[in-house]
Each structure stands twice: as structure tokens, then as C-alpha cells.
Ligand binder design. Structure first.
Ligand code: DQA
Length: 153
């Protein structure tokens, strides 16, 4: 069965209670359920992982090269700082869609730069939590004709 990895970085475990004016009331559990439902409907499997630790996210990206066709990734604040996460994505042959709940371009200038965007397949920014579902749909659509359940291209 084809698999997607839903990966969330620091502080995203607090969705629903963290700055609701910016990130809304939806929890990470809600998001995981919504994305998993979409995957199930299309015969895909979802693996989900959140960590507040950069190295754990690097490890999850490395593991994805054996199992996942694509990575839906909200790197949180590491978006703007992490060469290690960028190198991890560059180092595995798994396409990544970068998702941000808020419109980072409307916010503080330090959020305007993403070290991950140049190594992403695409980005979804500022649409709220539905961005994660749209990323899943984009991957499923992209791999529609692909019958290979093995390693991601
Ligand atoms: C975020 C935007 C980042 O700048 C911030 O550090 C986050 C969340 C978003 O989803 O809008 O933690 O990635």
C-alpha cells in the first residue's frame, strides 16, 4: 500500500491551544484524522510523526526513504533556521510538500525565508489546516498512475 508521511515540527503539538488567533482551534489530532481519512479513501496509508527536536525530524526523514512516496512537512520554526532538515530532504529521494498554516509572508520578516522551500516539491502557505489535506490530495493525484508500491521516486 502506498504511504505518505505527515511530519510536524516544534510546537505544532500545541495546535488548538497555541496562539489560536494565528493557528486556529483545530488540533494536530484533528489534522491527522482528516489527512488519514483522505488517504484511506484513496487506498493509501498515513504515517504521522511530530517532534520538538530537530534530530528526531532528521531521523524520520531518513526512515521515510524506505517507505513513503511523499512527505507532507510543516517544519515550524525550523523552516527558517535548519540546514540539517534541508540537507535531510536533499539527501533522500522522497518529494516533500512544505505546509504552513499561517501566511508566513504576512508575518515577521524572519518568517519570510524558508531554508526548506528550495528543496521542496511545492508549498502550501496561509490556507489554514486544510493545507495538509490539499498536500495529501496533490501527492495522491501525482502518483495516481503509479502502481509501484515500493520506494518513492
Ligand atoms: C508555521 C509558521 C512558522 O513560522 C512558525 O514558527 C510555526 C508554524 C505555520 O504553520 O504557519 O511554528 O510553520
Amino acid at each position: 500500500m502506498k504511504e505518505l508521511l505527515l511530519l510536524n515540527g516544534p510546537n505544532l503539538n500545541l495546535l488548538g491551544e497555541r496562539e489560536p488567533g494565528v493557528y486556529g482551534a483545530v488540533t494536530l489530532e484533528d489534522i491527522e484524522r482528516q489527512v488519514r481519512d483522505i488517504c484511506k479513501q484513496e487506498g493509501w496509508q498515513l504515517k504521522s510523526f511530530q517532534s520538538n527536536h530537530e534530530g528526531d525530524l532528521v531521523d524520520a526523514i531518513h526512515e521515510a526513504r524506505h517507505s513513503s512516496k511523499g512527505i507532507i512537512f510543516n517544519p515550524g520554526a525550523y523552516t527558517h533556521t535548519s540546514v540539517a532538515l534541508r540537507d535531510a530532504i536533499s539527501g533522500v529521494n522522497v518529494p516533500m510538500i512544505e505546509v504552513h498554516i499561517s501566511n508566513v509572508h504576512k508575518r515577521e520578516s524572519f518568517r519570510h525565508t524558508s531554508l526548506l522551500s528550495p528543496v521542496s516539491w511545492g508549498q502550501i502557505v496561509g490556507l489554514g489546516p486544510i493545507g495538509y489535506q490539499l498536500a495529501a490530495k496533490a501527492f495522491i493525484d501525482h502518483f495516481k498512475e503509479d502502481t509501484d508500491d515500493g520506494e518513492a521516486k
